[in-house]
Design a protein around this ligand. Structure first.
Ligand SMILES: CCCCC/C=C/CC(=O)SCCNC(=O)CCNC(=O)[C@H](O)C(C)(C)COP(=O)(O)OP(=O)(O)OC[C@H]1O[C@@H](n2cnc3c(N)ncnc32)[C@H](O)[C@@H]1OP(=O)(O)O
Length: 364
């Protein structure tokens, strides 16, 4: 993963320091030492204090923790501190005074709701007024949430949407924020971001489940091939209108969709932009199971809560056995798709499609 793009800001760091003070449960000495060490490394750099004497137990433990970080860069220490606090906020809050059935919400996200309860970390895309279109901030926040979920004490992780849509895919206004280097620089930066984003799904270590509550478009569909299970409401549809938008497949779909549904059906979706119903997507293997919308949430969450009670290490290791031999291939596919897209974004076909949407001349 590109660490530079993931570096926490000074403000994130300060927020995390405040969050630590608000933790309702003591995280234990081991974690406190880790926090201390990361804080010192982030603010002062590598430990060059003299080692305390053997009988000065507390200061020696602190010194050891700090010294272990060696020459870890300040920015990385700051990011690790923010990640650790974020995972503590969700895991400790979830195991403390939570009323049954009440989700605990983690703070620090603008475009997501992230909760952790009953062994499940739930990441909810939360821009319902924009049909959960994924803007640049949301790409970053999803990566951050996945990273925290990979380290927290939940067994499984779920991605879902708030409102009537699961997600309308890439926010097309992402293409309007042109940097000083012009559209070429924008395309290059977008390809870097996309590659890093998809890479997080390829590498995610725990069972990852999509709860597709409504229509799904573009990248929110393609990455489903990297999930371990996909549950859909019968109101959901699956649409990848890349040719309509002058674009090409991403999210490793040029590989995963062919494996899942075969080249003929994959071509209908990825090249001709055929929109599938939930039932069709299930018949083609992209979706695990479909539920009537009226009982969708109840049925899915009952099922997921049962899964989350299974031994977490066994689930993680089984996923590793199933997925690991594909990882290298998936990263190569991801890199290739992003580099093709980088060119596509500069094409007249793509630019016209975006302008048409933004000037409301076209919709899917
Ligand atoms: C870093 C870059 C990585 C790039 C990775 C590439 C990914 C590829 C893709 O994901 S391609 C898919 C892109 N998505 C689309 O083309 C969808 C565009 N949206 C629509 O066609 C329609 O909005 C709709 C069919 C999803 C829903 O139509 P409906 O009539 O029900 O609702 P509205 O159009 O009125 O939408 C409500 C408001 O939401 C805004 N909006 C919806 N989707 C997007 C989007 N993808 N990008 C930006 N904005 C979106 C819409 O503009 C409305 O906003 P307003 O109320 O302010 O007008």
């Amino acid at each position: 993963m590109n660490r530079a793009a993931m570096t926490a800001s000074q403000k994130d760091f300060e927020n995390a320091m405040n969050q630590v003070k608000l933790l309702k449960k003591d995280p234990g000495n081991e974690v406190k030492l880790k926090l201390y060490a990361l804080y010192k490394q982030a603010t002062e750099g590598p430990c060059n204090m003299p080692k305390p004497g053997v009988f000065d137990l507390i200061n020696k433990a602190k010194w050891d923790a700090w010294n272990t970080l060696g020459s870890l860069p300040k920015e990385t220490a700051r990011q690790n501190y923010v990640d650790l606090v974020s995972s503590l906020s969700s895991s400790l809050e979830s195991s403390s005074q939570v009323e049954p059935g009440t989700d605990r919400k983690s703070t620090g996200y603008e475009t997501l709701m992230v909760t952790s309860e009953d062994g499940i970390t739930k990441i909810t895309l939360n821009r319902p007024a924009k049909k959960n279109a994924i803007n640049v901030e949301m790409y970053h926040e999803i990566m951050r949430a996945l990273k925290a979920a990979s380290k927290d004490d939940s067994s499984i992780t779920v991605l879902t949407g708030n409102g009537d849509y699961y997600s309308s895919g890439n926010d097309l206004t992402n293409f309007t924020d042109i940097p000083p280097g012009g559209v070429e620089e924008k395309a290059k930066n977008s390809a870097i971001l996309l590659r890093e984003f998809v890479g997080c799904f390829i590498d995610f270590p725990k069972p990852l489940i999509a709860v597709v509550n409504g229509p799904a478009v573009g990248i929110s569909v393609t990455i489903l091939g990297l999930f371990d299970a996909v549950y859909a409401s019968d109101r959901a549809t699956f649409h990848t209108p890349f040719s309509h938008l002058g674009q090409s497949p991403e999210g490793c779909s040029s590989y995963t969709f062919l494996k899942i549904m075969g080249p003929a059906k994959a071509t209908e979706m990825l090249v001709f932009g055929k929109k599938l119903t939930a039932g069709e997507a299930c018949a083609q293997g992209l979706v695990t199971a479909v539920f009537p919308d009226s009982t969708f949430q109840k049925e899915v969450w009952t099922r997921l809560k049962a899964f989350a009670k299974l031994p977490p290490n066994a689930m993680r290791i089984s996923k590793e056995v199933i997925r690991n031999r594909e990882k290298e291939k998936l990263h190569a596919v991801n890199a290739e798709e992003c580099s093709v897209l980088q060119e596509r974004w500069l094409s007249d076909e793509c630019m016209n499609a975006v302008v048409n949407f933004l000037s409301r001349k076209s919709k899917l």
